[in-house]
Design a protein around this ligand. Structure first.
Ligand code: F6R
Length: 243
């Protein structure tokens, strides 16, 4: 695992955007695996800026998102579909037909998971996957469990995730209790992984994920087995690495 230590969130975002931009330039028709949440917002802002300055072309890029809340329609402003439109897709020249996100409004969970895995297989695999890290060690919505889930599946969100994500909703009851997520196997098939982590509240779990035992109780720990992971984390998130 390569580790970039940045001074703060802004530098983490810039570094991530530079790596993403390099990927797009090297392979203009690459497949990006994308995440939502607070962590990648700054990197998406940088990518939008590069695109506006005329330095980055998304016209051939394809993307597949990690996850989506089950039960939210695309026009719901808390859906990840909406998030991606606001933070990236609506501001660059990526083609809508080249962007893929699990469909949260699909009530048949099994059918939706099979459909999404087929899409991912059809894309020929993800070239560069961005990941954030949950406070409980989740990646995508792969919550701590007794075993690693292989493919796209429907999960019950844990208390910790509902608690962490309620900040985006009016009230806690509005946070969906389930989500569709790529599996750990799906994520591990990506050719390269970029793990972004910011802030002292993630310091403990980041140390566990990178230096602790590989266990489905800390889903991100599986990344220790991936051959090409780059961690970009700010000083606050890496604080426990000095201990
Ligand atoms: C989002 C996702 C999640 C988040 C994680 C961290 O698509 O897959 O695993 O990356 O919950 O969220 P933030 O960045 O909001 O701290």
């Amino acid at each position: 695992m390569k580790i970039y230590r940045t001074s703060d969130y802004r530098e983490m975002s810039r570094t991530a955007a530079m790596i993403l931009a390099a990927q797009i330039r090297l392979k203009p028709d690459c497949v990006l695996g994308l995440a939502t949440g607070s962590t990648p917002v700054g990197a998406y802002e940088e990518l939008v800026r590069m695109h506006r300055d005329g330095h980055l072309d998304f016209s051939l890029v394809k993307s597949a998102n990690l996850d989506e809340y089950r039960g939210l329609t695309r026009d719901n402003d808390q859906s990840y579909y909406y998030f991606m439109q606001q933070n990236l897709f609506g501001q660059v020249n990526i083609r809508p037909e080249n962007t893929f996100i699990p469909d949260g409004s699909q009530p048949d969970a099994e059918a939706e998971c099979v459909r999404y895995e087929k899409i991912l297989a059809g894309l020929g695999g993800v070239d560069l996957q961005i990941l954030g890290l949950g406070h409980n060690g989740h990646i995508g919505f792969n919550e701590p469990a007794d075993s690693f889930a292989r493919t796209t599946h429907c999960v019950d969100l844990t208390r910790s995730t509902i608690e962490a994500n309620k900040r985006f909703f009016e009230k806690e009851e509005d946070v969906p209790r389930q989500a569709y997520t790529m599996g750990i196997g799906t994520i591990m098939r990506a050719r390269k992984i970029l793990l972004l982590v910011s802030g002292g509240s993630k310091a403990e779990i980041l140390k566990e994920a990178v230096c602790g035992p590989v266990t489905p109780q800390v889903p991100a720990s599986i990344l220790q087995f991936h051959p090409d992971v780059t961690l970009i984390a700010d000083e606050a998130a890496l604080a426990r690495f000095d201990a």
